[in-house]
Design a protein around this ligand. Structure first.
Ligand SMILES: Nc1ncnc2c1ncn2[C@@H]1O[C@H](COP(=O)(O)OP(=O)(O)OP(=O)(O)O)[C@@H](O)[C@H]1O
Ligand SMILES: [Mg+2]
Length: 288
């Protein structure tokens, strides 16, 4: 949690996590005798609705995260000192041009990648220094991933692809429950098909079942509907939103689709590896 001095000095927006000391458009607000700072109307409105939530500990906190890839001659700065807060139960979308660092940021949040410098905290614990085994265990217990390319294991059936994360986490599988889930997805007849025998939309639905199979607290999705027709994409999106709204789980979606981004509680816009201040939903849509 940030101290009052830290908030004051760096003008930290507690909602999105941005440091605003050098940002001209900062909104200042006093609450219970303390000063709070916001990058724009979006964060300010969210704070006013639920100040206590944002004065607590963020679910995910990226603290001054840099990601730099080095090859022989070139050094690519992909994430540039990012400060991000993700709060429990939120639906956040990440938008930005191709190459702006969205997938890298998502991987960083989900412990699939480590910062070059800076720290990543999960519920207040520093997870950026964990070893590979600890990191893998925490990842499988906490996160569900939906990748753009489905990433199903080709030699396993749909059913096996969905249950394999539970095997890794040493959890029992309730066969009847899995059947019900396939049925709810309209995939009951496809449980024993391998990925090559499924359409793109079917593979993505299997990928979502797999992501949800460990009942994760946080679902991270990278362009989950990117390769689907709009009807199939909309159905998948409804399921993801239900996961957030009904089950109150945290949902982060990287997307190029403005309709998806617009449904989120907050939009993070990345530009050249840095956050664009002011994620007021509609404003973000028009300044991308
Ligand atoms: N392993 C790597 N080595 C070197 N550069 C990398 C590596 N991974 C990513 N990059 C570079 O980092 C930048 C950001 O990549 P990233 O995949 O995060 O972008 P993105 O915003 O997800 O783009 P897209 O919308 O196309 O998926 C790109 O310029 C990419 O070339
Ligand atoms: Mg990407």
């Amino acid at each position: 949690m940030h101290t009052n001095e830290e908030i004051e000095e760096k003008k930290i927006d507690l909602v999105c996590g941005m440091h605003l000391a050098s940002f001209p458009g900062v909104i200042t607000h006093s609450y219970e005798g303390r000063q709070f700072y916001f990058c724009g109307e979006g964060c300010f409105e969210r704070f006013k609705k639920n100040p206590k939530k944002f004065m607590g500990v963020p679910l995910i906190h990226l603290d001054g995260v840099w990601k730099i890839f080095k090859s022989d001659e070139v050094e690519t700065q992909v994430l540039k000192e990012l400060d991000v807060h993700i709060w429990e139960g939120d639906f956040v979308s990440i938008i930005g041009a191709s190459g702006s660092g969205k997938s890298t940021l998502l991987n960083m949040m989900g412990l699939l990648d480590k910062p070059t410098s800076g720290k990543v905290y999960l519920r207040g614990s520093d997870i950026s220094a964990l070893g590979d085994d600890e990191s893998a265990l925490l990842r499988s217990e906490t996160f569900g991933f939906v990748f753009q390319q489905y990433n199903l294991i080709p030699w396993l059936t749909a059913h096996e692809n969905v249950t394999v994360p539970r095997i890794f986490a040493a959890r029992k599988t309730d066969a009847e429950k899995v059947r019900e889930q396939f049925k709810a997805m309209g995939l009951e007849e496809r449980m024993n098909h391998r990925p090559s025998q499924l359409s793109g939309g079917e593979q993505q639905r299997v990928a979502i079942l797999r992501a949800l199979s460990n009942d994760p607290a946080i679902l991270l999705c990278d362009e989950p509907t990117g390769n689907l027709d709009s009807n199939t994409g909309n159905k998948l999106l409804e399921m993801l939103i239900e996961f957030n709204r009904v089950q109150k789980k945290t949902l982060v979606i990287v997307t190029h689709d403005k309709d998806i981004a617009e449904k989120a509680d907050e939009i993070i816009t990345l530009k050249d590896g840095a956050l664009v201040p002011d994620h007021h939903v509609h404003k973000a849509m028009y300044t991308e």
